[in-house]
Ligand binder design. Structure first.
Ligand code: ADP
Length: 497
């Protein structure tokens, strides 16, 4: 059973979901960080506002006069007020009394609780004693260390954000606020981010599923058609939309392959039927002859004639079976080629000698114009091609006609040409002359006994040697077959050695 997780659609979806999640998580983390920074900056601005105000307040606090007789007593009614006309230079060197700090009334709203988090403050004298403090300042608030650089500073401690500053004489002031409010804000923001992220993921996955389904749909069509073709409907083809997509190109390639398979099956079927048909004739002749001979007692001449006809039929069957075997071997490419430098002239001369008796029988004159033409090929195969061409030239010739065999080198090729003055081949037959079981003229062949396989075998042999076999023919005038194989450059010298 195939798990859906292995389907392409699921894999695309999984990768798509993972990428979306990563991108959203990255964006979410960045947005959260930016928001946190912005909230902290906002808090710091509030703290800065308050510490500046507090700082002004400290500068205006009255300083006690050191030494006897030089004291300015606190006003009897109420806390000591800062003397605005008392310049800081005059106060320099004199430390305020611990606990004597008084917040100016106009600054009180800055430290009042407005329902949210309240700002608190604490002020220390030069020698570290608490100068003044708001009532809600946390217990155990430590005095900040004076930094090396001038100016105010911020710090986050125990869930509080604090700003502190130092006066030139050495007093220090701290303003702080709980960060709970900011944390609540951030929690709300994170919730919003998560909700938006979840929405984007759901939409993204739905869109991805739709897109993947659309992209994969042609694959389903391809599988369905391929299944029907495998089921025997070889004429079926995959629909091609023509949009040039990868799947469209795949469909076109598969269609081409199916068409070739279809043609190969049709060719196979035709070949089998042709072979059976060709074999049926000699078998029928043998059966008829033997039946005739056995029907009643006959004299020896009649038996001899019967046996002779049977033998001829058997020979025809043998030649046909050998041709079929040769084709099968060439198709399967099981025969290894024994390639070596060979001269078409000497091979042609040998084959011409072999065909001489058959030519003489029909009063045909053989001519030769054989120049050295060395190529690298299997000499047995070249000899077989030459024999087939020569025997056709004799078979399909007139009584008393001529056959000319020539060889030469031309444009880096070794050529072997067989020309006859025979019946020729009509133009409509020429394109099919190398097809299996093709006969230009059935009546012509019935007398000569060919099955239409000779030229098909020649063509396959030539292709196996990397050469070409062409024909020129004019009906009633004669034909010229030319075998062309790549010449061996140093062949002539090699052959002489
Ligand atoms: P076959 O065994 O019948 O000769 P081939 O494949 O050799 O088969 O030839 C195919 C057909 O081509 C033949 O039936 C014949 O009609 C035609 N043919 C081949 N060679 C010649 C030729 N030299 N002159 C005229 N017709 C030819």
């Amino acid at each position: 059973m195939t798990l859906p997780i292995h389907s392409i659609r699921w894999r695309i979806q999984a990768w798509h979901g993972l990428l979306l999640l990563l991108v959203l998580a990255g964006f979410g983390a960045m947005a959260y960080h930016l928001q946190d920074t912005s909230e902290t900056r906002h808090l710091d601005a509030e703290l800065h506002l308050r510490i500046s105000a507090l700082f002004g307040n400290i500068a205006r606090q009255p300083r006690p006069v050191p030494g006897p007789g030089d004291q300015r007593p606190d006003p009897p009614d109420g806390p000591p007020e800062g003397d605005p006309d008392d310049p800081p230079e005059r106060n320099a060197g004199r430390g305020p009394r611990p606990g004597s700090f008084r917040l100016r009334p106009e600054l009180a709203p800055l430290f009042a609780s407005d329902g949210g988090s309240a700002f608190y403050y604490r002020v220390w004298t030069r020698d570290g004693a608490v100068f003044g403090s708001s009532p809600d300042a946390p217990a155990g608030l430590s005095r900040p260390e004076r930094p090396q650089s001038r100016g105010g500073l911020f710090r986050s401690v125990n869930g509080r954000r604090e700003a502190f500053e130092f006066t030139p004489p050495g007093e220090s002031a701290l303003v702080g606020v709980s960060e709970a409010g900011k944390e609540r804000e951030m929690l709300r923001f994170a919730g919003k981010l998560a909700a938006v992220g979840a929405g984007v993921i759901v939409l993204g996955l739905a869109g991805g599923w739709w897109l993947a389904s659309r992209a994969i749909r042609p694959v389903d069509a391809i599988s369905a058609t391929a299944a029907r073709i495998a089921g025997g409907r070889l004429d079926e083809r995959i629909p091609v939309s023509g949009n040039g997509s990868e799947l469209d190109r795949l469909a076109a390639v598969l269609n081409h392959a199916f068409a070739q398979l279809d043609a190969a099956f049709a060719e196979q079927a035709r070949f089998t039927s042709d072979a059976a048909h060709e074999l049926r004739t000699p078998v029928s002749v043998i059966l008829a002859q033997t039946q005739l001979a056995l029907a009643r007692p006959r004299d020896s001449d009649e038996y001899r004639e019967s046996i002779e006809i049977t033998r001829r039929s058997a020979l025809r069957m043998q030649s046909l079976i050998e041709s079929l075997l040769a084709l099968a071997r060439l198709d399967a490419r099981t025969e290894p080629a024994r390639r070596q430098p060979c001269d078409l002239a000497s091979i042609g001369r040998e084959q011409l000698d072999l065909i001489q008796p058959l030519a003489a029988e029909r009063g045909i004159v053989l001519h030769q114009e054989l120049e050295p033409a060395v190529c690298v090929a299997d000499p047995d195969r070249v000899a077989q091609i030459c024999t087939n061409l020569l025997s056709n030239a004799v078979k399909y010739n007139r009584i008393g006609g001529e056959v000319r065999l020539s060889s030469r080198r031309e444009n880096g090729h070794a050529l072997l040409t067989v020309t006859d003055t025979g019946l020729g081949i009509a133009a409509q037959h020429l394109p099919h002359i190398f097809d299996r079981f093709y006969r230009a003229d059935d009546s012509r062949n019935r007398s000569t006994g060919g099955a239409g396989l000779g030229l098909a075998i020649c063509k396959l042999l030539t292709e196996a040697e990397g050469g070409s076999l062409t024909v020129n023919s004019v009906e009633d005038r004669g034909s010229t077959f030319t075998l062309q194989i790549l010449a061996d450059e140093n062949g002539d010298a090699k052959m002489e050695n």
